[in-house]
Design a protein around this ligand. Structure first.
Ligand code: SAM
Length: 259
């Protein structure tokens, strides 16, 4: 899988990939990231890529042609580096514009993006990007939250991080992400490590019991109570099974069991 970034400040995205899990996964060839600089396609020798808004208003907007040429360059580069793509291997390419107007990035949406082998991520800057180029390259708009960043680079870095963790082989246990918050519609359970007693606070006894079934049940209860306490909206948004509802209702009575 390749992520191609289209931006004015690729260094911001690059920095996030130089550490820990992402760095190791790239070194192992589990995914790749290529950066494409919009300014390389400036409309004049002074590197001009933006202009004032038609109709007035403050700020500058990225012009359509430099963005268009950079997206095309990213597409050509992928096809060139993967000569088998389009013949033996289907090119599944998606162009994404990171934008506060977009559909919210969730774990579920990130998992859907795993179906593609090439994601082209466009970062806007200043006031954003001329609408026509977004139509031309058929960009899906994705937002990382209801707030406005000064550029799409941090949002691209977030998207890459969320998606790459789900690529098989990136996490030590392939299913690990499926047990984390948001994968199943719930938040994660409370977790503990050594020492068993820290500043008079004890790890719940059930976790030290060695009884696998009881531990599993206690974890489920902890995940449900965390979700109910912190994000009750997730419970109404998810289609909970009758069994989960039963467990949830019972939790109200048997929280002692988790201690
Ligand atoms: C200052 S913002 C432009 C905001 C735009 N004028 C608006 O009101 O929707 C510059 C760039 O940051 C990126 N950006 C800002 N907030 C974002 C968010 N919540 N999610 C994803 N990208 C965002 C977009 O790429 C955007 O083009």
């Amino acid at each position: 899988m390749r992520f191609s970034t289209v931006s004015l400040f690729p260094e911001i995205i690059e920095a996030s990939l130089n550490y820990s899990m992402a760095k190791r996964a790239i070194e192992r060839g589990l995914f790749e990231v290529k950066h494409f600089q919009i300014r390389d396609h400036a409309v004049n020798a002074y590197g001009k890529v933006d202009d004032a808004l038609y109709g007035g208003g403050t700020g500058m907007l990225l012009m359509p042609e430099p963005v268009y040429q950079t997206v095309r360059q990213a597409g050509h580069s992928f096809a060139q580096d993967n000569p088998e793509a389009g013949k033996n291997v289907e090119i599944k390419e998606k162009v994404i514009y990171l934008s506060p107007r977009g559909r919210q990035l969730t774990q579920e949406l990130a998992a859907q993006l795993l179906d593609y082998n090439h994601l082209i991520l466009i970062s806007g800057h200043y006031e954003g990007i001329d609408e026509r180029v977004l139509e031309e390259v058929v960009a899906e708009e994705i937002s990382i939250g209801d707030y406005v960043l000064s550029g799409g680079e941090l949002a691209s870095a977030v998207l890459i991080d969320v998606v790459m963790r789900m690529i098989p082989g990136v996490l030590p246990d392939n299913e690990a992400w499926q047990k984390e918050s948001h994968a199943s519609g719930f938040l994660e359970e409370n977790q503990y490590t050594r020492p068993a007693v820290w500043r008079e606070r004890k790890v719940p006894e059930v976790l030290l019991s060695g009884h696998a079934a009881r531990i599993e049940k206690a974890r489920e209860l902890s995940a449900l109570t965390n979700t109910m306490a912190r994000r009750p909206d997730l419970l109404t948004a998810s289609v909970m099974s009758a069994e989960d509802w039963f467990t949830l209702l019972k939790t109200l009575d048997i929280q002692e069991e988790c201690k």
